[in-house]
Design a protein around this ligand. Sequence first.
Ligand SMILES: Nc1ncnc2c1ncn2[C@@H]1O[C@H](COP(=O)(O)OP(=O)(O)OP(=O)(O)O)[C@@H](O)[C@H]1O
Length: 271
Amino acid sequence: MNWSIHLFGEQLRILNILDVLIVIFLVYELYRLLRGSLAFYILLGLIVVYLSFLLVRYLQMPLLTDIFQSLLSVGVIALIIIFQPEIRRFLLMIGKNTPFAQDGFLKKFPWQFFRRLKETDEEEHVIQYILSAVENMANSYTGALIVITNTYKLRFDTTTGVPIDGHVSARLLESIFKKGSPLHDGAVIIANNRIVAAKVVLPVSENPDLPPRIGLRHRSAVGATEHSDALAIVVSEERGTISYAKAGKLYQNVTLEELREQLYLKIVEKQ
Ligand SMILES: Nc1ncnc2c1ncn2[C@@H]1O[C@H](COP(=O)(O)OP(=O)(O)OP(=O)(O)O)[C@@H](O)[C@H]1O
């Protein structure tokens, strides 16, 4: 194919324009994926190393050029190791958005229609139970940490917690987090409309940009969402406030309506 257009007296192939647009899109998606995480600063560091390499090579400084070149030649392997969670998240994002992904193309077929209706009904109950538990726990200053994910097996390890595999209900959630309950420490994980486990230890975020006064409950909520599609809800024991974390960002002091919107996106729309 050799379609082309003329711009400022230059002949440009349409495929070349498409090429540039795709690169801009990928760089933007990469920025969105890494924004606010430690990996973002590591990537900035690597870009500085690369620019330094270009500079010393241009200035013909052989020793420094050699050093930067060796750093860059191991760079690809180092990149894969350092960015392993981000690469996984990126591939997950692409996979989930393909027409053949479980929640896309196949679910639009008519034979899936009735099943979908039933699921939505169940999912709306789950949302209501979570909201009701969160509201009661916030009113009674009961600390809670609930993670909702569609890719549980990929990310969280039940060995750190207590497996449950039970229906979601407001009462069950409230009893788990009730002060003095043997399961109240750590996080509850909800996947596919079931409470999968309680007392789960989550990865704690090391993001230096998080508000300094937040504690481990909020930090681990952020940590759980940094490299996964999870939504993490936190009820503060100290302040009775509700917050949620999503894609490595913390949204503090949100209303139940804002939380309902996020739960709808996660549980019904599976986003
Ligand atoms: N890595 C972790 N994974 C899951 N839960 C954790 C983790 N670290 C701490 N927690 C939970 O957070 C509780 C401690 O909360 P801490 O007071 O440090 O946090 P906080 O963000 O200030 O929350 P709060 O506002 O409720 O006080 C622990 O008792 C435990 O239940």
